[in-house]
Design a protein around this ligand. Structure first.
Ligand code: FES
Length: 170
């Protein structure tokens, strides 16, 4: 399966790349199947995501996923943004090759952890409790073992598809 035009667009011109120095929430996650890393920063206004940015050391699919996550989450109520799933992102991107579906975990999990971090910093334990399963799911992404080694972005190089040489790596 080739990457869709939407994936290529978000990979070539990723939206919301960078860091927010005084972010209200910060999430960071590593992908255990390939060792890639994602960071997400959010600022919050009136319980909505006012701004969101990401930094990653990841493959082209991870860049496109993260870019799409930021586009979809920006302006949303925190309680709605945290519900965005890896399937929502893959669908919005016009699909991802099966071996790249795990890459979509990076963006959604980092975003969920950034929201949870904001709630924690502000003593909003009730929000954390009511979204416990989503936050736990994101935390567990760091701990999963035994994934398919072939999913590593290094297998993509040289075939004209997004590889590890990307503009959003920092
Ligand atoms: S995030 Fe590592 S291969 Fe995609």
């Amino acid at each position: 399966m080739k990457y869709s035009e939407t994936v290529m667009d978000h990979f070539m011109t990723p939206r919301n790349v960078g860091e927010i120095p005084d972010a209200d929430g910060h999430g960071m996650i590593g992908n255990p199947s390939c060792g890639d890393i994602m960071e997400m920063f959010v600022t919050v206004k009136d319980n909505h995501i006012d701004d969101i940015k990401f930094k990653t050391f990841g493959c082209g699919a991870a860049i496109a996923v993260s870019s799409m996550v930021t586009e979809m989450a920006k302006g949303k109520l925190l309680e709605d943004a945290i519900l965005i799933s890896k399937k929502d992102i893959a669908d919005a991107l016009g699909g991802l090759p099966p071996k790249k579906m795990h890459c979509s975990n990076l963006g959604t999990s980092a975003m969920r952890l950034a929201i949870a971090n904001y709630w924690k910093k502000n003593g909003m334990d009730d929000k954390i409790a009511s979204h416990k399963h989503l936050i736990k799911e994101a935390e567990e992404e760091n701990e999963e073992k035994g994934q398919d080694e072939k999913s590593c972005c290094s297998t993509e190089r040289g075939d004209g598809q997004p590889d590890c040489s990307n503009p959003a790596k920092t």
